[in-house]
Design a protein around this ligand. Structure first.
Ligand code: EPU
Length: 337
């Protein structure tokens, strides 16, 4: 384990903003994680763990230690006629695991194809797409507590999952996820709740999709509206879809009859942040070095050599206008540091 001083983070986040971290360390094993946690610098400096860097925006240099997660490996820990449980190291790439599972006809995560990032980020963010959230297949999460240096295991219920939320997100900097256990089904569990998936399957004349068909179809849908990682500086959806009261939604609908909304079971309504930002006239705009993607207004983009603070200023402009016009406070989905 080598602690490097003054390291550029430009190639470690998908936004591609150039900031420096005071110290940078790559960890390859759980024992590397324990070594850094017990190092003298750990007590003196602030620290943050990054994986794929696809859900983070640095708005300034990081005055502390960035730990880059490079833990690799996966193993099947239990197998029956109905399911397989796999323990996956947190530095593994998420999409590669989706493909690996689909090749083995294991169901549960095929709708989450092409989501950027690592295994470690999947429970932290409770990643979700096309009617599926990863928590549905998470059995447990193993972490190193960065305060005590001890290993801790969280069962599914202890993870306190919510929409793009978990105990790990609620306590930033407290836990380093080392591995995640997923329980995937051998029995087909096709989730075609989303109209876009139904349409794409019909277009391809697929009536009884395999896991691999689902991965292909979901990938086609995502690629039709979201940029690929590496194509352009961005971090997926920048904001969460806001959740408002039915009353508030009712008022908005009178003014905006084509507002995109999804009623939830609890008397609240989820509003499409992409639609809001688009409606404010922001789809595909460029403002200096920053802007939004031309096919999806929820994706903020670094069009050149934007700094993180330029991206954040642009985001704040959108937050202010959304508040003024819709009386809604948008919250970033991306972690802002
Ligand atoms: N829309 C617009 N204009 C836009 C973008 C979207 O009008 O510029 C409308 C669309 O027409 C659609 C609605 O907004 O009716 C919703 O759009 P979409 O289906 O693309 O989904 P989303 O709510 O914007 C969420 C996730 C995505 C995930 C998709 C698919 C959040 C914050 N985002 O996006 O996740 O892939 O659903 O399930 O929940 C991510 O987290 O980085 C991410 C990309």
């Amino acid at each position: 384990m080598i602690i490097e001083p003054n390291t550029s983070l430009v190639s470690y986040t998908t936004f591609g903003v150039n900031v420096q971290s005071k110290y940078f360390v790559q960890v390859h094993t759980s024992s590397d994680v324990r070594d850094i946690v017990t190092h003298e610098l750990w007590q003196q400096e602030k620290h943050y763990v990054i994986g794929g860097g696809s859900n983070i925006l640095f708005t300034q240099d990081f005055d502390g230690i960035i730990v880059f997660n490079n833990l690799k490996g996966k193993k099947v820990v239990e197998e029956t006629d109905e399911y397989t449980i796999i323990d996956v190291a947190s530095g593994e790439n998420w999409h590669e695991f989706v493909v690996w599972s689909s090749e083995r006809n294991l169901w549960g995560i095929e709708n989450l194809a092409l989501i950027p990032g690592t295994i470690g980020a999947s429970p932290v963010q409770n990643i979700g797409a096309y009617g599926v959230e990863v928590e549905e297949v998470i059995e447990s999460v193993t972490c190193i507590n960065l305060v005590s240096g001890k290993q801790e295991m969280f069962t599914h219920d202890q993870c306190n999952f919510g929409y793009r939320d978990s105990i790990f997100k609620q306590h930033p900097g407290k836990y380093f996820v080392t591995s995640v256990r997923y329980k995937l089904s051998k029995i087909p569990r096709i989730n075609i709740e989303y109209g876009a998936i139904v349409d794409k399957l019909a277009e391809q004349n697929i009536t009884s999709p395999s896991t691999q068909d689902m991965v292909r179809v979901v990938s086609l849908i995502r690629q039709s509206k979201l940029p690929n990682v590496g194509e352009i500086g961005m971090a997926g959806s920048f904001f969460k879809n806001p959740i408002i009261s039915e009353e508030h939604a009712h008022t908005l609908l009178q003014q905006f009859p084509d507002l995109k909304y999804f009623p939830l079971d609890n008397g609240f309504v989820k509003i499409s942040a992409g639609w809001i930002i688009d409606n404010l006239g922001y789809k595909g705009v460029q403002d200096g070095n920053v802007g939004t993607y031309y096919k999806h207004a929820l994706v903020l983009v670094n069009y050149g050599n934007a700094t993180g603070s330029e991206v954040w200023e642009f985001a704040q402009k959108i937050i202010r206008q959304t508040h003024d016009v819709f009386n809604i406070t948008l919250e970033p989905e991306v972690i802002i540091l």
